[in-house]
Write a protein that binds this ligand. Structure first.
Ligand SMILES: Nc1ncnc2c1ncn2[C@@H]1O[C@H](COP(=O)(O)OP(=O)(O)OP(=O)(O)O)[C@@H](O)[C@H]1O
Ligand SMILES: [Mg+2]
Length: 453
């Protein structure tokens, strides 16, 4: 075998360089290079390889039991109906958000499947404490406390369980590589060993991944390409709500989300979110309700904004749960198209309940919440606002307005501000519910009687 060569690998993006560098030329991260040993393939190996064997579709055996449905409906919804045998799922999320809890509950919801739970983060006693607290029956599961990738792979080969949980990829270490656990090389090596055994033995493997400060899964970007499904568990740790989202799914739609509430007994599915993401039923200055779509599910949310005169020449804009660049763009639209004096105002905007949303159908609600705070007007508590706003201040259509209106009606709302084009499309006078058509943001403010005379 050729002599091992050392390379310097960027811990942020996986870029390799023969020399140490202060800044990565690929992703511009500073001080991210770590020395790793790389084994060179033997020259001439390629010519000796036998031709790869191939098969026609009709020769490939059909699979029965294409998915393992769990009794955890919200998780199945996100996965597209259950876990596919032999698939590799990566679950990312902030520290303490509930990743280990979710996976232990998942095993509890799959009582028929032989399983392995390998944790490099918690001792067996700690896992038992959690299992007791969650009141799960986990007799069929083998637990291990290890950080050794090769030992886990051997155990999987020997026992051939149907599902395995690895908590977490950042704690694993492979002997064939130097470099600390959690380094790009170690993560890539361990992940590829796990993926290989998953495909060989048809073991579904769920791998927990830590996230970086910016919210991405720590390690090489290629990790997300290697696995079949990438899930994120999100939410505000200080609040109880958690959202499970798929960023990638080779076997299903990625638009569906799972909604949970964190309780002492673990994550509980929220099948009817109703008024959960609303602060109070009273109308307050700066608060506007709207209906967003999470996958195919309409969800009532409250947007809040606060405007205060800025102390500095450069006004501050801050968001929580909403994209900052969208807020800045909408403030510019309000200044130019509705003549609101926001130049010297700090603007803070947030979504109640710790959700993170980026749907453009929230534009009108966000603009109205800013206007409500600035003009000190209250948005009616029985009304919702729907619509995307263009740079010209015009209201653009929102997808599935009918579904949103239906949900608003179900929750007791009686009025909705909707874009003119949507008003023309859906039934105009719905019993006990009135639709107010608006063409632009300034028309919406005029219809609410908020514009100063
Ligand atoms: N006794 C308890 N009662 C209620 N909730 C609890 C209790 N103990 C823990 N929790 C909740 O569980 C969360 C921790 O969950 P868990 O350990 O599954 O998170 P994690 O995402 O695996 O974290 P890490 O990244 O640190 O491994 C806590 O933040 C808390 O919200
Ligand atoms: Mg954990």
């Amino acid at each position: 075998m050729a002599k091992p060569k050392t390379v310097f690998t960027c811990q942020s993006c996986g870029f390799k360089s023969p020399r140490w560098q202060g800044q990565c030329p690929e992703c511009q991260t500073w001080h991210s290079f770590v020395e790793e040993t790389e084994v060179q393939p033997t020259p001439g190996m390629r010519q000796q390889a036998p031709p790869v064997s191939t098969m026609r579709l009709n020769e490939i055996p059909d699979v029965e039991n294409y998915r393992y449905p769990s009794r955890f409906a919200e998780l199945d919804r996100v996965l597209g109906g259950g876990i596919v045998p032999g698939s590799v799922i990566l679950l990312g999320g902030e520290p303490g958000i509930g990743k280990s809890t979710l996976l232990l509950q998942l095993l509890g919801a799959l009582p028929q499947l032989p399983a392995l739970y390998a944790s490099g983060e918690e001792s067996l006693t700690q896992i038992k404490l959690r299992a007791n607290r969650l009141d799960l029956s986990l007799e069929h599961i083998h637990f291990a406390n290890t950080t050794d990738t090769a030992a886990i792979v051997s155990r999987l080969k020997a026992d051939k369980p149907k599902i395995a949980i690895i908590d977490s990829i950042q704690t694993l270490q492979s002997e064939t590589l130097t470099g600390a656990a959690g380094s790009v090389g170690q993560i890539r090596e361990s992940a590829s060993a796990l993926i290989e055994i998953a495909k060989q033995e048809e073991i579904a493997i769920v791998i927990v991944g830590h996230v970086t400060k910016s919210g991405e899964i720590a390690g090489p970007k290629v990790l997300e390409h290697m696995v079949d499904v990438v899930l994120y568990l999100e939410g505000d740790r200080l609040q109880h709500y958690r959202v499970l989202r798929a960023n990638k799914n080779r076997f299903g739609d990625i638009s569906e989300v799972g909604l949970f509430e964190m309780k002492t007994t673990g994550l509980q599915a929220i099948s009817d979110p109703g008024n959960m993401f609303v602060a109070s039923s009273e109308a307050t200055s700066g608060a506007v309700r709207t209906i967003t779509l999470e996958g195919s599910r309409p969800l009532l949310v409250e947007l809040q904004a606060l405007t205060v005169p800025s102390n500095f020449g450069y006004p501050k804009r801050t968001t929580s749960g909403l994209p900052l660049n969208r807020l800045q763009l909408l403030i510019a639209v309000l200044i130019r198209r509705a003549s609101l004096r926001l130049h010297e105002q700090d603007v803070y905007a947030s979504i109640v309940g710790g959700l993170s949303l980026s749907e453009s159908a929230l534009d009108l609600a966000l603009c109205l919440s800013i206007s409500s705070s600035l003009l000190d007007q209250r948005f009616p508590s029985d009304m919702i606002a729907l619509g995307e706003i263009s740079l010209s201040g015009a209201l653009l259509p929102t997808p599935r307005t009918d579904l949103r209106i239906q949900e608003a009606k179900r929750l007791g709302f009686t009025r909705a501000l909707v874009p003119q084009s949507e008003y023309d499309k859906i039934v105009r006078s719905q019993k006990g519910f009135s639709l107010i058509a608006v063409r632009s943001i300034s028309e919406a403010l005029a219809k609410l009687n908020w514009l100063p005379n």
